[in-house]
Write a protein that binds this ligand. Structure first.
Ligand code: FES
Length: 625
């Protein structure tokens, strides 16, 4: 991939940066001074930049923690956390407005807009007076409780079992860790500086675990994998059907996800040198089915009208009870809204602050289940539509996750050009590449608006494209990568069926948004912003999303890609108990709109499966009439 031009203002220095490096590094390599007080660890704000031209990248948790939501929305980012991917113009250490300056100048957590770091985990190094004489009517538990300001009667039995040995070995010098009123651990010596947590996003198709330091919010490592339940069904309904009224299948699904989580925990700890016993808090987001299955709760009725979940409230339980190999951690499940609007949607609503502002905005989470949230501080609506895993690269002939070897960018102009993650030969194509490819095929006339590969009419097309269009047996296909160019020695093709899968997915998502717009009575032109969320792992092209009709035709400036907002919401709840409380309020505020129960839905869905005949404008959209 060629270097990416980045312009640094003031001064207008043009730097050609290799894609994938941090902006801070790119600037420093080119001799542009950016202060990095914390050494590029995302712990200060000195390296801040403002994106003034080009695509604004999704914020990281460190952007949210250090800069706060208002500045993040204005396009501020920490240059040490922002990767170079697209041509951009940035302003270095931009002057902040007075109000914003106060926010940044305030103590950590008092700024109002910044997230107050308070994970709720307290570690106290205390000296426990060991009972010395028989006439002292006391006990280890009472002495620990006295020293650590706890209630002896509430100390958990499993900690009491090992307490006498630890107290005596450490001569009473121990660190007691609590979460709220709960005692999580008693460790010999002073371990007060070691406190970590995990934010876990359990998606139907992929699972991401992020390890963070609880005192700073620093991300120490992240591991993503495919959900190993996939062989039992690619989408939610088939996963539910597999476990429905079948406890042994439910146990199978649960065992698979727990095994994966334990593997991810081991891996992320290994990467960062953190021991599992120093992890005290885990926040999990996931849709209702993943939530129930992980807890071992019967999901049968999630699959039957009226699709009610067994519970919706936030759940707290020791990690041991879930059989996660974290001896001291407490696991917090974020709350659910409805059977098909789960904790992942709550995470998106939290991270995007969609319910906080006067203007109406839309957030669309593009996953196997496509959730749409629309609203303002007056009202919040959410719907979900089964999009299937196509946009995440699954159930596509040569689809793959946005990992090393995936084609993540495609341009079709006379011939096919593409970019591969990791810069090597391609192995397959991921969601963002798929959207680009289809947008390009539509523009070049390879596909018509119904999604058919135009093999019969290929004569008028440029020769390079023409020779890539084929009918093999019954199947139409378009060759994206020839045998000689791929990493496997096999062609990478897009089949007619792949295109249909994408149409189903985008039809489900687009119709969900349209239905919310109808019900809320706010048409596209009055929608202030559309936020695209999803774990694409790389930037989704907004232009491609518009071209294929995945999103309503807002001007590009009013659409932004906010990254994996569900995972960001989980990270926010990990770092802040106030945010976790806020998530519970949001879950209670969201009104669930059942699409299937709405008389207009079927027609809207069928229409939304087609592609726009040309790049759409506000006037060509059904709700604008
Ligand atoms: S250098 Fe401190 S946040 Fe980037």
């Amino acid at each position: 991939m060629p270097p990416v031009p980045v312009i640094f203002e003031p001064g207008g220095a043009l730097v050609s940066a290799p894609p994938g490096v941090f902006l801070l590094k790119a600037a420093q390599t080119a001799g542009i001074e950016i202060t990095s007080t914390c050494g590029g660890r995302g712990r200060c704000t000195s390296c801040r930049i403002k994106l003034i031209k080009g695509t604004i990248p999704p914020p990281t948790i460190m952007d949210e923690l250090q800069l706060g939501d208002d500045l993040v929305r204005e396009g501020f980012r920490l240059s040490c956390q922002t990767l170079v991917t697209e041509p951009v113009t940035v302003q270095v250490s931009p002057p902040l407005t007075e109000e914003a300056f106060q926010i940044l100048g305030a103590e950590q957590g008092i700024g109002g807009q910044r997230i107050a770091i308070d994970a709720g985990v307290r570690k106290r190094f205390v000296t426990v007076a060991l009972p010395r004489e028989e006439r002292h009517q006391t006990s280890d538990a009472e002495e620990l409780a006295r020293a650590a300001d706890l209630q002896a009667t509430t100390l958990p039995l499993d900690l009491l079992r090992t307490l006498p040995g630890i107290l005596r070995e450490a001569k009473g010098q121990v660190t007691a860790t609590t979460f709220g009123e709960r005692l999580l651990s008693v460790e010999a010596g002073d371990t007060a500086g070691l406190a970590y947590g995990l934010a876990i996003d359990v998606g139907t198709t992929s699972v991401v675990t992020t390890l963070m330091e609880l005192s700073s919010g620093e991300v120490l490592g992240s591991v993503g994998s495919l959900n190993p339940q996939a062989p039992f069904g690619g989408d939610l309904m088939s996963r539910i059907a597999f476990a429905q009224f079948n406890p042994s299948n439910l146990r199978k699904l649960q065992a698979r996800i727990l095994t994966l989580l334990n593997e991810q925990i081991e891996e992320v700890c290994r990467q960062s040198g953190v021991l599992p016993r120093w992890i005290y808090k885990v926040v999990i987001v996931g849709n209702s089915c993943m939530h129930h299955v992980l807890l071992g709760i019967d999901p049968s009725y999630l699959g039957l009208a009226p699709y009610a979940p067994v519970l919706r409230h936030p759940v707290l339980l020791p990690a041991r009870e879930l059989r996660l190999r974290l001896p001291h951690a407490i696991v917090c499940f974020l709350p659910l809204v409805a059977g098909f609007v789960g904790a992942d949607a709550v995470g998106v609503a939290l991270a995007t602050r969609i319910g906080d502002r006067p203007e109406t905005r839309i957030a669309v989470d593009i996953g196997t289940n496509g959730e749409a949230i629309m609203g303002s501080r007056e009202r919040l609506l959410a719907s979900s539509a089964p999009a299937g895993p196509a946009l995440e690269g699954a159930q596509i002939r040569h689809g793959m996750r946005a990992a090393h070897g995936a084609i993540d960018r495609v341009r079709i102009e006379g011939d096919v050009r593409y970019h591969v993650i990791g810069e090597g030969a391609p192995l397959g194509i991921c969601g963002s590449g798929l959207l680009d490819a289809i947008a390009g095929l539509l523009d070049s006339g390879v596909l018509d608006w119904t999604g058919l590969i135009q093999v019969e009419d290929r004569d008028g097309l440029p020769p390079r494209l023409r020779e890539r269009m084929e009918v093999r047996g019954e199947e139409r296909c378009f060759v994206l990568v020839t045998k000689g160019e791929s990493a496997t020695g096999q062609e990478i093709v897009l089949t007619q069926d792949d295109i249909r899968q994408v149409q189903l997915a985008k039809g489900a998502i687009a119709s969900g948004v349209l239905m919310l717009q109808k019900i809320m009575g706010v048409p596209t032109r009055e929608t202030a912003e559309l936020m695209l969320a999803g774990g694409f792992g790389n930037y989704l092209s907004i232009r491609s999303a518009l071209r294929i009709g995945l999103v309503p035709p807002l001007p590009e400036a009013r659409i932004r890609y906010v990254g994996n907002a569900a995972a960001l919401g989980a990270q926010m709840c990990l770092m802040s108990e106030a945010e976790r409380a806020r998530a519970a309020q949001i879950a209670r505020r969201i009104e669930h709109i059942s699409l299937a129960g709405h008389p207009d839905f079927q027609d809207v869905f069928v229409e939304a499966m087609n592609f726009p005949r040309s790049a759409p404008t506000l006037d060509s959209y059904p709700d604008s009439a």
